[in-house]
Design a protein around this ligand. Structure first.
Ligand SMILES: [Zn+2]
Length: 580
């Protein structure tokens, strides 16, 4: 007996056999039952989710002659002929190879005649979006007034390429990607029926590779089954699918998080020599960091990471607990960048190596809790007094990576020298002691951030946005300012009209504005608001003026100690509110 590939052998023949499209199936069955089937329908969705399969089942149901309330019966002559692909009134056209106007004209000539044998002529056009514009136009007229004896069924993977004029004349059915759990159940059933012994782990690997497509999954199973007969081992599956062993990815992500570049490169080298697909390898690595991040931030990661085995998930959870979400995000983001760069590179391996280096540098983040612990132990021996609680509202600096913000109440220190490799501190201290209390505050060990005040003129627009984000009305009032300039230690805001700036002259508001200006420009400004020669500012040296607060923060013993311990310097101070 000749071998039938699984995808054909297991192609659903009746609605009940369709996997993972319950909603569409129910609608179609209802349409049949109520005799309300549209003469043109279009099935869309990614490949291998059952578009043409559903179209064929619909064709059967329309022409079924069996005695059943639930067509197709799948056993009458009409059903059997469609099943065998010999029905004379079912025309299946591949839109990709018959895309021109000539083919559509022939089709139109054909459908003028009544069906030869069945009740209806059914036209299935697969990949319908490939038709030319002329072909679509030729089809349009027919779709406007389809003959009673004809049904059109279109299938497409790219719905957006089908002209709206066509779409508006079709009943649309959007098919979903098959859920991982549905795929897994289906594959389990098939391996049982085919009397193949295969572990759940191996089936999960196949389902994961299938990426939501039944057909892809079944053709993978074909390969695996023919490789290993009736006893499939897990390593057979990895070998056939060319999968990188998960342990390799785990080792690699561990080495990266530990900042161990040498080990990371070695693992890459070994895998490369073993002939891995480097793009898939990188994707697996990215997925690993995504998983870690989800484990670290979600209460129930198992609901999201459904394609992992319990053991894999347990390992990942354990590993993720040792790092802050920010650290994990850095790595994820770096690898993601690598994946993007790889797309345009003819040297993907080199790109990946560079990605590792960048990732290790960018992931060089130590939680503030561990810094404070270290400082505490140092201070115990050196200083007896602890800093007044509540004094440092925030000491912050520019984020190392653009677009990334450092969390509230963080200290930023730029090291000028560093003795121990940073990785060790990450691994030793990153939240291990207090895993249940994730610290989002970070001390950034960065290499070359220079504290540099911003220029008023070129950053004025940004500044008003910055203020708007924190105190909306204040930003609006700033926009009314006719001229802003720096004079010595002062930032002078000139208004043409006193009524425009009256509210800013109030001490409380002036203080806030001063904080904003100092935080944003990183300059020790005294802010004066002037209208027609009369200026108002906060008297310098007054009790809790922003200047004083900043000075106090700068001279805080804790900060001085931190600067010393880490061989860095403060690159920015923030005293105003972080946001509204
Ligand atoms: Zn039938």
């Amino acid at each position: 007996m000749s071998y039938l590939v699984l995808a054909r052998k297991w192609r659903p023949q009746i609605f009940e056999e369709v996997v993972g499209q319950q909603a569409v199936v129910r609608t179609l069955k209802n349409a049949i039952k109520r005799n309300r089937v549209a003469h043109a329908m279009i099935f869309s969705g990614v490949r291998g989710v059952g578009k043409t399969t559903l179209a064929r089942i619909m064709a059967k149901a329309l022409n079924c002659r069996g005695e059943t309330d639930n067509p197709p019966c799948n056993s009458c002559e009409s059903c059997l002929e469609i099943r065998e692909g010999i029905s004379i009134d079912l025309h299946e056209i591949d839109g990709a190879s018959n895309r021109g106007i000539q083919e559509i004209r022939e089709l139109k000539a054909n459908i003028r005649f009544l069906p030869t044998k069945e009740r209806f002529k059914i036209i299935i056009i697969d990949e319908v979006h490939m038709l030319t514009t002329e072909a679509f136009n030729a089809l349009l007229k027919t779709l406007e007034e389809p003959p009673e004896h004809v049904y059109f069924m279109f299938a497409t993977t790219e719905l957006h390429k089908v002209p709206i004029t066509i779409l508006s004349r079709c009943q649309r059915y959007e098919l979903k990607q098959i859920l991982f759990s549905d795929l897994l159940d289906f594959f389990k059933k098939i391996s049982g029926e085919e009397s193949v012994t295969i572990s759940d782990k191996a089936l999960k690997m196949i389902a994961r590779e299938a990426g939501g497509s039944i057909r892809d999954g079944l053709s993978l199973m074909d390969q695996v089954f023919s490789f290993s007969d009736n006893e499939v081992t897990d390593s057979d599956v990895s070998q056939v699918l060319g999968l990188v062993d998960r342990r390799v990815i785990e080792d690699l992500s561990g080495a990266l998080l530990a900042g161990d570049l040498e080990k990371s490169l070695k693992i890459l080298h070994r895998s490369y020599a073993a002939g891995i697909d480097i793009k898939r390898f990188t994707n697996d690595l990215m997925a690993c960091f995504r998983g870690a991040l989800i484990c670290r931030t979600s209460g129930r990661p198992e609901d999201i990471l459904t394609d992992m085995t319990d053991q894999e998930l347990a390992n990942l959870k354990k590993r993720a607990q040792s790092y802050t979400p920010l650290t994990l995000y850095h790595y994820y983001h770096s690898i993601l960048k690598g994946v993007e760069e790889m797309r345009y590179s003819s040297h993907p391996r080199l790109v990946l190596e560079m990605t590792f280096i960048k990732a290790i540098q960018a992931g060089d983040v130590v939680p503030v809790s561990s810094i404070i612990e270290r400082l505490d132990s140092l201070l115990k021996g050196v200083v007896n007094e602890t800093p007044e609680p509540g004094v440092p509202r925030a000491l912050v600096a520019e984020p190392v990576v653009p677009q990334r913000d450092v969390d509230l109440e963080s200290v930023d220190i730029a090291p000028e020298k560093r003795e121990a490799p940073p990785s060790q501190s990450v691994e030793d201290t990153a939240g291990i002691e207090e895993p249940e209390k994730p610290s989002t505050s970070e001390v950034e060990a960065v290499s070359d951030v220079k504290p540099r005040g911003k220029n008023i003129r070129s950053h004025w627009a940004d500044f008003t946005l910055y203020v708007k984000d924190r105190k909306y009305w204040m930003g609006v009032v700033l926009n009314l300012c006719s001229n802003a300039k720096e004079e010595g230690e002062a930032l002078i805001l000139n208004y043409d009209d006193l009524s425009d700036c009256q509210v800013l002259k109030e001490q409380e508001n002036l203080k806030l504005l001063t904080e904003f200006a100092q935080d944003f420009f990183q300059k020790e400004f005294i802010v004066r608001v002037c209208a027609r020669g009369s200026c108002t500012g906060i008297p310098d040296g007054k009790g809790n003026s922003p200047q004083k607060v900043r000075k106090a923060l700068q001279d805080d013993p804790l900060v001085l100690m931190a600067t010393d311990v880490f061989g860095g310097r403060v690159s920015g101070i923030r005293t105003g509110p972080r946001s509204r």
